[in-house]
Write a protein that binds this ligand. Structure first.
Ligand code: ADP
Ligand code: MG
Ligand code: MG
Length: 870
């Protein structure tokens, strides 16, 4: 089996085995772009490495040797040959790019002897020792896991000792000194000398890249981005080209279009006399790409041509890395660039208008979950005008964020745990260790770093508002204070606001407003609606939610949780009277009080949804959620019920349950207290009659929750129909209505053929269905699921993405059994999963009629449904 491929053997469609970087290096090679040659050790070799107990098998070693020999023959250089050394980079590269999450080693192949020989042939001692010190540091960090800071500190010490500000100011002799110090430092950590054998260096580096697949930040990144741990990373071994030989060399990164706004204009940065991560690490301030035209016009022109070729070839915005060695351009990487949602939409729409791609292809270019970014609030214009700009940085990732500031990722996590709602992370610069805190923060502000700095790249990926490189602010991370140029201080917990679209920083809270779907967004969503077959409804309990969802394109309400209509003082009081009542009469009396609320709520909902269907679920939650807890709550209740305080207290005690989620809830409430179902039916039907009198054409859908046995459903349905039919007859009107059920208990799924005889529609309640299928309490699972991720038992939260194998199979069984009994049965899903793109795709596949999700997820579900249909 082939585990190692030279760049000449691969192409862009081989990313599964070559990883994204390797596949694209191969593709660029094949279309004739200047790419330093090399080979890719496949992701399958990575999997094999883990299977073989973290070892590279002799078979794979031999293939690596072969490809290395080929590379040596091709370049005419030899690894470890002092008279003509081949130096290589060892680069990670997973199927999906995970920027900065895994590791790279440059200048591999250097040792004392090679350094001496290389100096002779290049006649550039400074360059050789600059490369050597970089290599030792990267090897120590990436391969050996020694603390980076201990090497960085030594480097800073030397700079200070020599009185220079930048690394480029160090002389050859200074750098030789650095190398000597680094080797000593290495020995101190390792107990042995820095390895001089290039072959050993190479194999150790390859293994280290394999290992980096499972470092903490890579694992976190994968979880946040739904990348399976089973994929593994490929390793690219590539001939080095040198951006650090002097002033005619350099390195840079660029995008063919602006990744923040989508504007069609080359966007990027470079640094002369630099290598690798220098540009993004912020050690010197990089130059905007356009100025390369002044420094090296020919190179710039060639680079622009390459950009055009790549965009034309990939038919998408490209994110590229390049190096110039003594005036000659080399391409080191290209990939479809990460972008903000705003940019993604603009680029998708532009590419269609430019005739580069079809509408269907455009739909696949935007990640559904990205749309979330556009649905977040913006600053309200008048409040924004009044606000004082205290500093301006780079507009790195758009959005508006207002919140309390924290100075470390840990503090952000802590504040979040303590319930702080709006959080901003303020850092000198961020590093991959900060990723968890960055994910929680609503906005990120950094003092250092450019548009391609870690903070900027990660924030754009997450859709988090980010202002970076805000150099006029001073931050004292130790004492947790931020100081403005005119001396104003902000401390941990103080409010600030960030505008990621302008780069403006404000020292106060600013009011925000709801977003709208317009412009490119609207165009794009209309394309999505053209192709999708799955309908998208919303879960809404209030007219406000319903209206918001309509604006976002919802085609009905798939779930109205009636219990949510009682979270209000007067209502909850009567509700408590109802559930604590000891007699049917007392209960009916309380229900009488509740009826008018429900009826007017339903009317409002029907009106808000106009022509679209509304599914109303009857009371579902465990009663304990509504029980009075304190004596102060019990006392007035007892009075209005005509009971003594003690009697009511005893009654409340008796209603407590050990396992409420599996207790007295769902249709069991209606079975024990049919008068509840009667009241709710009356409210629904009377509301529908009322709005239909005003010219609407509502067909209410009544949904009975938590059915496990057909007889339960039949019993409750009879109550509903008897009540409804009587009201309709009395009103002398025609009113069709539907009665259906939730499928959320495994038994219901398994007996769906029986249930379909009574139920006119099914809605899969996948929150409960997941809970009951796994036997995990959905309220407690979070406590132990983290361990499941770190131990690779689960890759993702089954309450967030449907478990296709188990829960999904139950859904499939239910559908297969129900369809023959009732061919026109309407099938929906209304758990949290309804707004998860992966689950939406699954729902499309198994033939559901609609998904229902919270209002803010509606656009996302529309897009996911379209993508599933493309
Ligand atoms: P990442 O995936 O984190 O971007 P890369 O493997 O792309 O890591 O490497 C980081 C940087 O190292 C590249 O952007 C490039 O500047 C430099 N680099 C990698 N390989 C080479 C090479 N063969 N020659 C010169 N520079 C290289
Ligand atoms: Mg890269
Ligand atoms: Mg449920």
């Amino acid at each position: 089996k082939q585990y190692v491929y030279s760049f000449k053997e691969g192409n862009k469609d081989m990313r599964v085995i070559l990883g994204g970087k390797g596949a694209n290096l191969a593709e660029m090679t094949s279309i004739g772009l200047p790419v330093p040659q090399g080979f890719t050790v496949s992701t399958e070799a990575c999997t094999a490495y883990y299977e073989d107990g973290k070892q590279i098998s002799p078979e794979i070693c031999a293939q690596i040797d072969n490809k290395l020999a080929e590379l040596e023959a091709e370049t005419g250089k030899k690894l470890g040959d002092p008279t003509n050394p081949l130096l290589v980079s060892v680069r990670s590269g997973a199927r999906e790019s995970m920027p900065g999450m895994m590791d790279t080693v440059l200048n591999l192949g250097l040792n004392d002897e090679v350094a001496t020989g290389f100096t002779k042939i290049t006649n550039n001692e400074r360059f050789v020792y600059d490369s050597y010190r970089r290599f030792i540091q990267m090897f120590a960090d990436v391969v050996m896991g020694f603390p980076k800071s201990s090497f960085e500190r030594k480097f800073d010490d030397i700079k200070e000792e020599k009185g220079v500000e930048f690394d480029t100011d160090l002389t050859a002799d200074d750098l030789k000194e650095v190398v000597a110090i680094y080797k000593e430092e290495y020995k101190k950590h390792a107990g042995v000398e820095f390895p001089q054998d290039p072959k050993v260096q190479l194999m150790e580096a390859i293994k280290a890249v394999f290992r980096s697949w499972n470092n903490d930040r890579a694992i976190t990144y994968r979880r946040l981005n739904d990348i399976p741990g089973s994929w593994g990373t490929a390793v690219n071994v590539q001939q080095m080209v040198y951006g650090n030989t002097g002033d005619t060399s350099g390195t840079g990164v660029a995008f063919t279009r602006n990744p923040a706004t989508g504007e069609k204009k080359l966007f990027g940065e470079y640094l002369m006399n630099a290598q690798g991560e220098d540009v993004v690490a912020g050690i010197r301030t990089p130059q905007p790409i356009a100025t390369l035209n002044d420094v090296m016009p020919e190179c710039y022109e060639q680079f622009c041509k390459v950009c055009d070729i790549l965009e034309e070839h990939y038919r998408d915005m490209q994110d590229m890395e390049f190096t110039i060695e003594n005036g000659k351009l080399f391409m080191l990487q290209t990939r479809n660039g990460k972008r903000t949602a705003q940019a993604a939409l603009k680029i998708a729409v532009d590419l269609v208008n430019e005739g580069m791609i079809t509408k269907e292809q455009a739909l696949l270019k935007v990640e559904p979950r990205q749309l979330d970014q556009l649905l977040h609030p913006n600053f309200e214009e008048t409040s924004l005008k009044c606000a004082q700009v205290i500093a301006t940085g780079l507009a790195a990732s758009p959005g508006a964020a207002t919140g309390r500031i924290y100075f470390t990722a840990e503090d952000v996590i802590e504040a979040h745990k303590n319930g702080v709602q709006d959080i901003l992370l303020v850092r000198l610069e961020t590093s991959p260790e900060d990723i968890e805190g960055m994910n929680i923060a609503h906005g990120i502000l950094t003092i250092r770093g450019g548009m391609t700095s870690h903070a900027a790249v990660v924030a754009r990926g997450m859709g988090t508002c980010c202002v970076c490189g805000c150099g006029s602010l001073r931050v004292d991370e130790e004492n947790k204070v931020l100081t403005t140029p005119d001396g104003k201080k902000y401390h941990e917990g103080d409010y600030m606001s960030l505008d990621g679209s302008t780069g403006n920083v404000y020292g106060e809270r600013i009011k925000t407003v709801e977003p709208e779907i317009s412009g490119d967004f609207e165009t794009f969503m209309s394309w999505a609606d053209e192709v999708r077959t799955l309908k998208v409804r919303t879960n809404a309990d209030t007219p406000r939610d319903a209206l918001q969802a309509r604006k976002f394109g919802a085609e009905g309400i798939g779930l109205c949780r009636t219990e949510h209509m009682f979270f209000e003082e007067e209502r909850i009081f009567n509700f408590r009277r109802m559930i604590t009542a000891e007699t049917v009469e007392a209960r009916k009396e309380a229900l009488e009080k509740i009826l008018p609320y429900q009826r007017s709520d339903f009317k409002e909902l029907f009106k808000a949804m106009e022509i679209y269907p509304v599914t109303i679920r009857f009371l579902d939650p465990p009663l304990h959620e509504f029980l009075p807890h304190t004596d102060e709550e019990i006392r007035p209740l007892a009075e209005s019920l005509g009971m003594t305080f003690d009697a009511l207290k005893t009654r409340v005690e008796s209603l407590k349950e050990f396992n409420p989620m599996m207790g007295h809830r769902g249709c069991r409430l209606a079975v024990t207290y049919p008068e509840i179902a009667e009241m709710q039916t009356r409210a629904v039907i009377e509301a529908a009659i009322a709005v239909n009198k005003e010219g609407q054409n509502v067909v209410p859908e009544i949904m009975i929750p938590l059915v496990g046995d057909i007889k339960e459903l039949k019993y409750v349905k009879d109550v509903v129909c008897k009540t409804a039919d009587a009201i309709i007859a009395e009103a002398g009107v025609e009113l069709p209505y539907k009665v259906g059920t939730m499928i959320e208990i495994p038994r219901a799924a398994l007996t769906a053929d029986e249930i379909a005889k009574e139920a006119e529609f099914f809605s899969f309640g996948t929150n409960d269905l997941t809970q009951m299928t796994y036997g995990f309490s959905r309220d407690d699972a979070a406590k132990f699921l983290n361990e499941y991720y770190t131990k690779n038992i689960f890759e993702s939260d089954p309450f967030a993405h449907i478990d296709e194998n188990g829960v999904g199979q139950l859904m499939q069984i239910a559908i297969n059994k129900a369809k023959p009994v009732r061919p026109d049965i309407k099938l929906g899903i209304c758990g949290e999963h309804g707004g998860d793109p992966r689950t939406v795709e699954f729902c499309h596949r198994i033939g559901l009629t609609y998904v229902s999700c919270s209002p803010y997820r509606v656009p996302l579900a529309r897009l996911a449904a379209a993508q599933a249909a493309v």
